[in-house]
Design a protein around this ligand. Structure first.
Ligand code: GLU
Length: 235
């Protein structure tokens, strides 16, 4: 298991909330952890090996700038528990950051294909193919939403994903066979692997279903079926 937490706030810093969200997900077990935020068109990432408090002591996980943030506590399935393999993972140009819970079964084949197209990988994880795939589709002129849909259609396996992009004031969330919930808060939107991690901020929760892709902005959200691209409604 692992834990995912993210928030897209109207104002204020995301990083301290991501840090406390990760602490509430600690029970899920983990070997490393990390955070990414977006601020002024730039991605800020910190990650390290070990318990959240140890990594926080070393790196100070709550001082990243920006009101859009994602975080992850990793339970390694592909690639040793090292700093390089800790999430979030980014694309070649550090524009896209991804946290992932689950396993991408066809990552080797995707990685080979992306490396042939010039993508440079920095980790041994299955996860890292995802930011590079999105980058590849965006380089063909697709929007972040379209590129993410195209990318996740290529993935086999299980995945809860939260994705941040330097040019987007929000987050993209995708769910297939790993848990992911959205919280509608007074000061912005929250996303996490489980409901208790979000409860300090809101009791208005949407449980995503398999095949859902949610576009989450500080003041609202839309959900699509990622296979058909059609909007769906969830309670
Ligand atoms: N398969 C991914 C990895 O090994 C995600 C593991 C997890 O769910 O924590 O990095």
């Amino acid at each position: 298991m692992c834990g995912i937490f993210g928030c897209a706030l109207r104002s204020g810093l995301a990083a301290p909330k991501v840090l406390s969200g990760l602490r509430r997900l600690e029970y899920r077990g983990y070997d490393s952890c990390g955070e990414a935020t977006v601020h002024n068109g730039q991605l800020f990432i910190k990650k390290g090996v070990g318990e959240i408090d140890k990594v926080h002591m070393e790196l100070c996980l709550d001082d990243l700038p920006g009101s859009i943030g994602i975080g992850h506590t990793r339970w390694a399935t592909h690639g040793a528990p090292t700093k390089e393999n800790a999430h979030p993972h980014a694309d070649c140009r550090n524009q896209i950051a991804v946290v992932h819970n689950g396993i991408i079964e066809n990552f080797l084949e995707l990685r080979r294909e992306l490396e042939e197209r010039g993508h440079v990988f920095r980790s041994n994880t299955d996860t890292e193919v995802i930011p590079h795939l999105i980058e590849e589709f965006m380089s063909k002129g697709l929007s972040l939403l379209e590129a993410t849909m195209m990318a996740v259609r290529r993935l086999r396996g299980s995945f809860a994903l939260v994705i941040a992009h330097v040019g987007f004031d929000g987050l993209i969330c995708v769910k297939k066979e790993s848990p992911l919930v959205i919280g509608v808060g007074g000061d912005g939107m929250y996303v996490a692997s489980d409901i208790p991690a979000i409860l300090p901020y809101t009791r208005r929760i949407i449980q995503l279903e398999d095949g859902d892709l949610a576009v989450v902005r500080p003041d609202g959200y839309e959900i699509y079926d990622f296979k058909s691209g059609r909007p769906v409604r969830r309670r």
